[in-house]
Design a protein around this ligand. Structure first.
Ligand SMILES: Cc1cc2nc3c(=O)[nH]c(=O)nc-3n(C[C@H](O)[C@H](O)[C@H](O)COP(=O)(O)OP(=O)(O)OC[C@H]3O[C@@H](n4cnc5c(N)ncnc54)[C@H](O)[C@@H]3O)c2cc1C
Length: 288
């Protein structure tokens, strides 16, 4: 393992100054569930000089309601998110997603920002956050900028964060009372495995059962986490029927093929994605 200094700053200001001084010679560590593996496998840059521990910072560990929004500190762990009453009430799919990540040990240590910044195509919190239209508050020194979560991903395992920036907060609008949401995940062999497919859906119908909001995202089936707009457009403004739900499932599988190309796993994934999507839509929509 390469040599580096391990620093445990006492506050966020100190963290920001270290990042500005060391730039790409520094790396943040929150839960360490991704970073320690990268270190062991020598996947970190050879010029790395310091690792900055932010796991203990209370400034980054909160979940609160503010106006119509839920705000999550970037250090909040998956277990905190899974068990939080505000998240259960206003964004239940995020609670579901967090509760299905890894094992209890991983959920106790792994943070929401770590899940985002690692940018694994199989990340579970990410599709749930995408259908919630989440935004990131990104900090450099005293300055802050905001970015739509979806725009942060520029490639598998690549985010457009500068080396002197850190994610301070993730926030999104509370789902309306009448909205329904769902997160489902298929793993290879056991519960600790990463997702082979995961699906996140938010939907709302009016009194006539017309779909007035529908957002679909998925993990592990496209190189970048994204919405499935063509599938969403099939349902938007319509009263769902069993036939339309089937067609929407097919469209998601079709969009996956367009975005990822034909791969060794396509033969397996295409029918699986379609059928998981149909089941998810049946859980969130009242069908005529
Ligand atoms: C056995 C095992 C099972 C797993 N199962 C799953 C699973 O089922 N689903 C899933 O989605 N993931 C899974 N993971 C991956 C991992 O646990 C998650 O991605 C976790 O959320 C990472 O968070 P962390 O705090 O541990 O990140 P760290 O390892 O501490 O950091 C990861 C990256 O994020 C950066 N970073 C951390 N915090 C910030 C910040 N505030 N601002 C900017 N950059 C930051 C770090 O510099 C590093 O590059 C698994 C991992 C293991 C080892």
């Amino acid at each position: 393992m390469q040599d580096f200094n391990f620093i445990k700053p006492t506050n966020l200001e100190e963290v920001s100054s270290l990042l500005i001084n060391y730039k790409d010679k520094a790396r943040l560590i929150a839960g360490g569930t991704d970073l320690i593996i990268a270190l062991r496998e020598e996947r970190l840059p050879s010029n790395l000089e310091i690792i900055i521990d932010i796991s203990h910072l209370k400034e980054l560990d909160y979940i609160r309601e503010e106006g119509g929004y839920l705000r999550i500190g970037s250090g909040a762990t998956h277990v905190e998110i899974a068990q939080n009453e505000l998240i259960k009430r206003y964004a239940p799919l995020l609670s579901q997603a967090a509760s299905l990540i890894g094992s209890p040990q991983i959920r106790n240590r792994g943070s929401i920002a770590g899940n985002i910044v690692t940018a694994s195509p199989a990340a579970d919190a990410v599709p749930a956050l995408i259908v919630l239209d989440s935004r990131l508050v990104i900090r450099k020194g005293q300055e802050k900028r905001e970015e739509l979560l979806q725009k942060v991903f520029v490639g598998p395992y690549k985010v457009n964060l500068k080396s002197d920036e850190l994610v301070e907060e993730i926030y999104f609008k509370k789902l309306p009372q009448k909205a329904k949401s769902d997160f489902s995940k298929l793993v290879r062999r056991n519960a600790v495995d990463k997702s082979r497919v995961n699906l996140a859906v938010v939907a709302q119908q009016n009194e006539d059962k017309k779909v007035i909001d529908i957002k679909i995202s998925a993990g592990s089936i496209t190189p970048l986490p994204q919405r499935f707009k063509e599938a969403e457009d099939l349902l938007l403004g319509e009263i769902p029927t069993a036939n339309l739900i089937q067609k929407t499932g097919e469209k998601v599988a079709e969009e996956m093929m367009v975005k990822s190309g034909y791969r060794w796993s396509t033969e397996y994934k295409e029918p699986v994605v379609k059928s998981l999507m149909v089941r998810a839509l049946n859980r969130v929509l009242e069908v005529e």
